[in-house]
Design a protein around this ligand. Structure first.
Ligand code: NAP
Ligand code: MG
Length: 506
């Protein structure tokens, strides 16, 4: 049966805009759409068919200098931070409303750019971005500072102050949501931002910048410099006038950003890097097969290109057969096709490069004698970068697939016998992003959740995001948290201000 999109808005946006030509895009610096300093551009490739969708300005280090100068000027002249908190709130909320009003068209644009199924872009990524910007906007006039208990005659204020200019570097997999998790808190406390999107998902973020201006966020407060990470991203990380660099992406790039900070001005750095998250199904789960199936569905969402995707399914041996059958049935039932088609569960991988990397990883696992229960490489299309759900079982915890992030639709099933063994396997990678535990035994759930080294632990459920709680990881998954009011602390710091009454004390 042919499926329908969730609502008419999305349906009509797909029908009316999916084939429209996309005008060339430029940088957004100081509220002005402008070309790169040397006039160069790069092609935007559609992962659906490999065609060139449009071109975007390929920024340079000189463009980063201009964007940072514009952000600094906007910060110093207080055009944003100097507004009454209520007014900043009003404009941030307006911005969220404008993105929401254009959400269906933005979803189509994003889907064409980076291959996310359009309904996921609409209901997931961009809806979460709207929520984040609104949530932090609404918080602006509800954040109070503190008064310290000093001796009488002295008043000690503990003021939360912005840092100044924030550099944000984001990946392509959930471009809208991840950017909003950074833009929301950074702008809410009054900073200016220079955003460097991933080359493979820049289009929608340039639209966010245009809508920010329309919402009344002043020129220069939110700048976007598109272009190559090795040039634009590196220039932003090394800049002497950037106060904080917030990054989501791969571990290797995260390391270069830390080094760049150390070499330059010791700017604060926060990193959200990769993961090898797990879902642990105990035999006493309410429904082990359903838990395994839910894990598979979550794993294959966005073609597995999710940093905390549960890429390891740990299953207690007595329910292994039923879990494997449930996962296989999910993997074989999911439809791979155009992300603009309501029938598709998986779209293409983001790029030819990602396709090569994912299929190579599957080949490597097969070469190491890992049994491929379902091989996604068998899904072939005439054009585009498609790879189907892949299931490997059983997988050795210390093997390539048990340890390395593939960032594609590849699920490794790992059997275990005891809770202690499950814990050792779960914690036995260099990552520490997410974990799910399925058991009806509260002792098992409590024992595991206290010992799992993961930024997020969920019991008897999987997937979803919540702006109200922090998100991030331990170990090489990075440090610093997005989401919740705690995220604000990445973009602000405390200033102690002591007022003495001269008439009363010396
Ligand atoms: P990536 O290669 O690290 O790229 C991330 C961003 O960094 C992009 O904007 C990229 O620009 C830029 N960049 C590349 N080289 C740079 C350099 N030398 N200096 C500064 N910036 C540079 O990662 P990706 O391929 O986009 O995303 C996949 C990875 O991100 C996975 O490992 C995944 O686990 C991780 N991820 C983590 C989270 C999380 O929250 N923990 C969320 C999503 C993704 P270009 O696009 O122009 O190269
Ligand atoms: Mg693209």
């Amino acid at each position: 049966m042919t499926r329908q999109f969730i609502d008419d808005r999305l349906n009509s946006a797909v029908v009316s805009t999916a084939r429209n030509p996309i005008a060339p895009r430029q940088l957004m610096i100081d509220g002005i759409s402008c070309p790169a300093s040397d006039g160069k551009t790069f092609d935007v490739i559609s992962p659906i068919d490999g065609s060139v969708l449009t071109t975007i300005a390929a920024g340079t280090a000189a463009d980063i200098d201009r964007a940072v100068a514009s952000a600094r000027k906007a910060y110093n002249d207080e055009r944003w931070v100097g507004l009454a908190p209520k007014e900043r709130k009003r404009r941030m909320v307006r911005w969220a409303e404008l993105i929401d009003a254009n959400r269906a068209e933005l979803a189509v644009l994003q889907s064409r750019d980076m291959g996310m199924p359009v309904q996921l872009a609409y209901m997931g990524d961009i809806a979460a971005a709207v929520e984040a910007i609104r949530w932090y906007g609404e918080a602006i006039d509800k954040l109070y500072d503190e008064v310290a208990p000093l001796p009488s005659g002295e008043t000690g204020f503990i003021r939360r102050v912005p840092l100044g200019v924030i550099g944000a570097i984001v990946p392509w997999n959930f471009p809208s949501m991840i950017s909003a998790w950074k833009l929301g808190p950074a702008l809410a406390v009054g900073n200016s931002v220079v955003l460097k999107p991933a080359e493979d998902a820049s289009l929608v973020l340039l639209e966010f910048a245009r809508l920010a201006l329309e919402a009344g966020i002043p020129e220069g407060v939110f700048n976007v410099v598109t272009g190559k990470g090795s040039e634009v991203g590196a220039a932003l990380s090394e800049h002497m006038d950037v106060d904080c660099l917030t990054f989501t992406g791969s571990g290797p790039v995260g390391r270069t950003i830390m080094e760049a900070s150390a070499r330059s001005n010791m700017k604060r750095v926060s990193l959200e890097c990769g993961g090898k998250s797990c879902s642990i199904v105990f035999a006493d789960a309410f429904d082990p097969a359903a838990a395994a199936a839910a894990t598979a569905r979550t794993m294959f969402m966005n073609q597995g290109q999710i940093c905390n995707a549960p890429s390891r399914l740990l299953v207690q041996r007595s329910v292994l057969d039923q879990a494997m059958a449930a996962v296989e049935s999910v993997a074989r039932s999911l439809k791979v096709g155009s992300p603009l088609d309501a029938d598709s569960d998986l779209g293409p991988l983001v790029s030819a490069k990602q396709y090569a990397s994912v299929t190579e990883a599957i080949g490597r696992a097969a070469g190491e004698n890992t049994n491929l229960q379902v091989d996604g490489r068998e899904v072939t299309k005439d054009e585009g970068f498609y790879c189907g759900p892949t299931v490997a079982s059983p997988v050795e915890p210390k093997s390539f697939l048990g340890q390395e992030e593939v960032f594609g639709p590849v699920l490794a099933i790992i059997p275990f016998d005891t809770p202690q063994e499950a814990l050792e396997i779960a914690n036995g990678t260099r990552y520490g992003l997410g974990a799910a535990v399925w058991s009806q035994n509260i002792d098992t759930v409590t024992w595991m959740s206290e010992r799992l080294v993961a930024g997020t632990v969920i019991a008897n459920g999987i997937g979803g995001t919540a702006i109200e709680i922090p998100f991030g990881g331990f170990k090489e998954s990075g440090f610093g948290r997005d989401r919740s009011l705690h995220a604000i602390d990445k973009y602000a710091d405390f200033k102690s201000v002591i007022l003495r009454s001269p008439g009363l004390r010396g």
